[in-house]
Each structure stands twice: as structure tokens, then as C-alpha cells.
Design a protein around this ligand. Sequence first.
Ligand code: COA
Ligand code: AMP
Length: 641
Amino acid sequence: MGDVMNEASRYHEVYGAWRSDPEGFWREAAKAIDWIRPPDRIFDPGAGLYGRWFPDATCNTCYNAVDRHADGGRGEQPAVIYDSPVTGTKATITYAELKREVAALGAVLTGMGIVRGDRVIIYMPMIPEALFAMLACARIGAIHSVVFGGFAAKELATRIDDATPKAILAASCGIEGAKLVPYKPLLDGAIELSAHKPECCLVFQRPQLAAAMTEGRDHDWASAVSAAKAEGRAAPCAEMKATDPLYVLYTSGTTGKPKGVVRDNGGHMVALHWSMANLYGISPGEVFWAASDVGWVVGHSYIVYAPLLKGATTVLYEGKPVGTPDPGAYWRVIAEHKVAALFTAPTAFRAIRKEDPEARFLERGTLSHFRTLFLAGERADPDTVKWAEEILGRPVIDHWWQTETGWCIVGNPVGLGMLPVRHGSPTVPMPGYAIEVVDEAGKPVPAGKMGSIVVRLPLPPGAFPTLWQADERFREAYLADFPGCYKTADAGYVDADGYVYIMGRTDDIINVAGHRLSTGGMEEVLASHPAVAECAVIGMADALKGEAPCGFVVLKSGVTQSAAEVEKELVQLVRDKIGPVAAFKLAVTVARLPKTRSGKILRGTMKKIADGDEWSTPATIDDPAILDEIAGALKAKGIGA
Ligand code: COA
Ligand code: AMP
């Protein structure tokens, strides 16, 4: 790999230090954590699927995120700033208050019979109770699994069956812009659908909508917590092995069955803590805002755990970049809460730009505390990055990572001294990640040449050790194709100066408004419609959301319903089965799907046609005329060139 020059940055020295002594590097980083039993051994290459970090250490993540600040001089410092334009509410929660809330909720969970190692599903919107729930689980050693509120009952049911939780923690509703989303009917529907039944549910009744409670199963959150407080019940922090799971977070795989990404306690704390200072340049006491959702990995790592581990203040924003109430919402939050760094997805900035291209809502001079904008979750298109740089007059840092890794793989380490930004590149690998770009045979390709991006094993602390109760699936999905390496399933290249460029996925995952979705999962839903004979879903380029799904369907012969009727039902079906977050709005009926002679559907060519890109007829195609039929069907819907 070539060299990225910036004399002022310590990046090279630090990355080099990691390369020459990885265990020494992480031993040093681990000193920032308060262990119960500090690690003697840093890495055990023989444990787990590719080794395990800090195998002999014990710790508690909640203690490090809450108690040590509450009891160590930061008790009166805000830990969480809740800002909710959708309810007109703002609240500040200090570290001392956070400790009281989390300890009381932990006691409630213990009272419900939840013990160390039990799974607890959390199905909640962006309210402080969602954070309390995650931290309370961490405190007592229960494994939380947060499910994003935009998923439908069936998706929730799949996760219930995989995680087999003893309890589910939920709120009565979410608020999406001006829309109230009742969560409880989705929860009840999911429990009805799932084979595994949780023993109990704890339901937080929001004032906007009261949920009906199921006798014997559902408990009222507020009264349970106030009883615990009145009785002085507070859960202690359990002693956990560093390698014990902290949480399971489901993410889209290549089929409808999501992958349960496991995160451990020790490595996770070490990596996130390291990242706050060195990557994001954040010191204790500063305000950090990740405008995401606790249902995604960005929310887990950078709304909840990392800022709190660092002793910073995290902003919990229940709103949108636009419409709550206007495209000035982000600027208001940054100014009002003195935010030092914002982390969001490029799509949020595309949304703001679309409504306010001149940035009239941005009052100059109000962002004096603001230093850096970080973008991740999808490709940061240079156009949007340039616009953001111009209006903010501050660095805009793209960085690349995945649910699986839990923190940044390739980024620009602002805390170590920023490297020169190159639009289109998230910059350079972080310590812990030895990146290679390889061809299909696993051989490294020269600089500038596209290939599959892999990470040489072991993955660093913080990255997933396995999938929940699915070691074999982990091996097959991530380790089998390129022996000795982790397959990221992203394609890209490294330029002569060592800058990494991420160009797209090598599998069927698409990225819609920064949300990771499986087209395979959507195809399973379309195929379940009785009128559908065959289908293919692709991700079309979308100016706002980056990508938008488009489903091509071939109807069975003898279907009497009109194509328009079936298409409407299909849109509804995906909404019902996967959820509104799939943003599936377009089904296109075609007579035939283009295939190779061996029967493989030519999704790539269909995507090019839909995107209006230049396309050529693949040599292996069965019948070239079908591509013109596809172009015609799209044209009839106003899509393509
Ligand atoms: N609960 C219930 N429904 C939800 C939801 C939630 N937590 N989150 C999203 N939805 C619904 C939306 O209301 C929308 O429903 P609709 O089809 O009835 O309009 C649908 O899911 C699609 O949501 P989304 O793709 O987010 O589109 P949007 O039009 O509501 O908003 C943006 C577009 C760009 C403003 C929005 O995606 C955004 O704020 N993105 C910021 C980036 C981000 O948070 N990324 C996460 C990873 S870092
Ligand atoms: P998720 O697991 O939801 O975080 O999604 C991870 C995927 O999003 C990656 O595999 C990439 O395909 C894409 N992605 C995330 N960040 C970036 C980025 N900065 N640039 C390009 N693609 C990204």
C-alpha cells in the first residue's frame, strides 16, 4: 500500500505501531477501561472462530458507561440530552440520574426473573427509556437485542424465534414525523406469529398513545420502575467475562433470515473508547451527536455506548432531518446543545439539501462549538460532501464500516490529525484492520484495480466474534471464500497513495436511506404472492435515498387480477411483511425476466437499464429481446433513459 502524506498526522506512527505489535497496541488501549479483572492475556488465537480478545478479563459495560462517571466526578454532567421535536420535549439526564434510572430498571428486570445470559428484545423508539433498557441489560448481564421500530411484526417474530428472549421491552408507540406508529399491535402480532413465546413484556406507555395490556404477560414500565425506586431496589453491576455477549443485533443477510451479529463486552469497550478520541476527536465532557436510531449499529455504538464510555454527552434526537419541523432542525440541535461532532448518513444531508439548497436555515455563526461532520452507512457521494463542506465551512469525514465490525474499518482519524480528504474515499484503514483488495481467487490486485475488500484475520476488538448460535453460518458467510480473511462483501479499490474507495456490495444487499436491506428477503415476500410466478428485486439509484428497491414480477398464467392490482398488493405485502423501512414502492410486471443460458437472472443489467446507465447485452443471455421488454416496462413507469 502506498503512503498517505500528512506530516502533522500521527496516523502513520499509530497504524505502524499496531502493525508491528497488535497485542501491545490493544493492551495499551485496554488501560482506558475499568476492568474487574484486568486482562493478562490480550488475544487467544485458539479460541472461537478466529481467536478471542481479552479472554481472561472480567468487566461490566454498564459500569464503564455509567457508574464510573456518575461516581467519579461527572455525576452532575449531562450524560444524555433528549431532544424530541416530534413531541415537543427536551430533557437532560445527568450521569447520576442515568445511574439511578438504569439501576432501578435493572432491578425490575431481575424481579421479572431475568438473569445473566438471558436475551431481552427491545422494540422501542428514540426515547431515553430505550437507552435505559440497553444499559440495564448490560448491567445485569442480560443480552439485549434491539429491533428497529420500522420493521413489521413478521420481522420481529423472526428475531424472537432466533434470540428466544425471556422478556420483551417495548413502548406503546413511535412517532414518525407527524405520524403515530402504534408499536403494541406489532408486538402482539409478532408474539402471535413466533414459535417462541417470551414470558413477559414491560411496556412503556407514552402519553401520545396508551397500549392495551395483555393480562398476565404485560407489565407497566413506569409503575414497576417507581416501585423499585420507592423500595430502594437497585441492581448491582454483574461481573461478566470480557468475551460474554453484550448484545445481538440482527442485520440483513442474503436471505430473508437476518444475521444475529454478536458483540462482546471487553473488546467492544476497548475499541469504542479508542475510537472516540482518536477517530472522532472527542474528549470527556463534550457533546457528541449520532443522528441515527438505536435500532441500528450506529445507534448502538455511537448514540449509546461510545459517548458514554468516554464520559461525553450524547444527544438522543427523536426527529428527522427535514419536516420536524424544517430543514434547519440539525442546525438548531447542533447550536442549542453545543454539539462538537455530528455523525449521520449522507441521505440526511441529501434530504436537507433538497429542501434548502441555499442553506437558508443555517444561521451563520451559531455553530461555534461544532468541529466535524462524520458520514457513514452508505456511499458518501462527492456532490453531497462538497455541499456540506461549503455550507458548514468545516471538515466532512466519510468513514466506512458495517454492523459486523461495530466500528470504523476505514476512516480519517481526526483525533490523530486529519489526513487530506479525497472526495469519494473514506480514507485509510484504522488500526486493527489489515485491508486487502483481492480478485476472485483471493489474490491481491494492484493499486487502482477493483476487487473484493477483505480484512486479514483476526478482526480487531469490537468486531463480531460470531453470529448468534450460528458458528457455521458465520464461517460460510464470512470466512469460507477467502481463507484467512474476513469477507466484507464490499467491492472497491485502494489507490496508489493508500486511500480506500468503497464502490458497492458484492452480494444482494442494498442500502436505502442508510438502511441495510436484502433484496433476497424482498424477493421471498414477492414470491409468496399467489399471482407471482417469478420475481427479481434490484436497487435502483435514488437521488434522495441512495438506492430504492424495484421489484420485477412475472405473473402466473391464468391470473385474472390486473397487473396494476397485483403490483399494488405487492407493495402492501412488503410493507406488511418486512416493514415501511424497506421503502418498497415500485413493482413492475414484465412478461419474462432476462436470464443467462444457465438460468441466472441478470439483475446487474436490469439495474443499469433502470438507472439509465449504458448497458450492453451480456454474451451469455438466453434471449436478448427480453432486455428491451424490461426497458419498455420501466419506461412505461417513467423510469430509465
Ligand atoms: N418506526 C416506524 N416507521 C419508521 C421508522 C421507525 N423507527 N423509521 C422509518 N419508518 C418508516 C417511515 O415513516 C417511512 O414510512 P412511509 O413509507 O409511510 O413514509 C418508511 O419507514 C421509510 O423510511 P425512510 O427510508 O427513513 O424514509 P423517510 O421518507 O421517512 O425519510 C430521510 C427519509 C432521508 C429523511 C430519512 O431516511 C432519514 O432521516 N435518514 C437519516 C439517516 C439515518 O437515520 N440513517 C440510519 C443509519 S446511520
Ligand atoms: P450496515 O451494516 O447497516 O452499517 O451497512 C454496512 C454497509 O453499508 C457496508 O457493507 C457498505 O456497503 C455500506 N457502507 C457503510 N458505510 C459506507 C461508506 N462510508 N461508504 C460506502 N459504503 C458504506
